[in-house]
Design a protein around this ligand. Structure first.
Ligand code: ZN
Length: 270
């Protein structure tokens, strides 16, 4: 049996502005939300952790970092608009090609990459910080592993329905808020060859990224969104099946989107 003990390269991207300017956020996450989650994930030897922030060179994601990322975790809020559109396109493409999983946390529901990847506005209703009960709706799902049937988050920002996302592939978590609202709080999307997970907790002035259940969900989501082992490359195009591709290539008449017929690919003779 083939064993692949490849490490999962996780890049934690954080806007990293609130933690520098807001005292409550700074007190909870002195080194940033990304560093807090990163410290937790770094305990597990299967992960290789990298931190990236909006104000780093190339917005934290130069090609050499992005192209060496298996799972990108995204937290942003006050500066969504500053994220380069060209970078967003690169992120979306890497996810669609199945080379990178994407995890959007909390206010990343309105981030450019999340909206580009899932294809909707991500609009929702929001309100004051309050108690939230997180319900585990799909305990058989790998992202729910080790998570109780419900847990209390003492203080979290209200996020409420309607949440304008595409119909999720799997709805794993749902939340109840003391003001009477409900929210689809954790769900998966499959886009092209890529896997995406969204999770609600994580307001910058709430301690949710110190909550062991929230952290466990993020760990599980890294494992689930990480690209699976593929035996071939997905192509960002619609390949055209043609006869005699080898001869066309030899004659300089092949186009880049051409592909061999399946019988040729599989070596099946007439
Ligand atoms: Zn928030």
């Amino acid at each position: 049996m083939e064993t692949t003990e490849r490490k999962i390269r996780v890049t934690l991207w954080n806007e990293f502005r609130h933690e520098k300017t807001n005292e409550a956020a700074k007190a909870l996450y002195p080194e940033g939300i990304h560093a807090c989650i990163g410290k937790y994930l770094a305990q597990f030897p299967q992960f290789e952790i990298k931190l990236a922030a909006l104000d780093d060179p190339d917005q934290g994601l130069p090609d050499e970092v992005l192209n060496a990322t298996d799972v990108l975790i995204w937290w942003g809020h006050m500066a969504h608009g500053e994220v380069n559109d060209a970078l967003v396109t690169k992120i979306q493409r890497r996810v669609y090609l199945g080379k990178m999983g994407f995890i959007a946390l909390h206010s990343a529901h309105h981030s450019k990459p999340f909206r580009a990847i899932v294809g909707t506005t991500g609009n929702l209703t929001w309100g004051r910080e309050q108690r939230e009960i997180m319900w585990n709706l799909l305990p058989s799902h790998p992202i729910a592993a080790g998570v109780p049937k419900n847990f209390l988050i003492e203080e979290e920002e209200l996020y409420a329905e309607p949440f304008f996302i595409p119909q999720p592939n799997e709805l794993i978590f749902g939340s109840w808020y003391e003001d009477g609202y409900i929210f689809r709080a954790g769900m998966t999307f499959l886009r092209d060859a890529g896997r995406i997970f969204y999770f609600q907790p994580g307001h910058e002035t709430c301690p949710s990224f110190h909550n062991p259940h929230v952290l466990r969900v993020i760990k599980n989501a890294v494992l689930w969104t990480a690209p699976s082992e593929e035996k071939y490359e997905y192509r960002d195009e619609c390949p055209h099946v043609v006869q005699n591709l080898a001869e066309r290539i030899a004659a300089g008449k092949a186009k880049s989107n051409m592909t061999d017929p399946v019988f040729t690919e599989l070596g099946i003779k007439d």
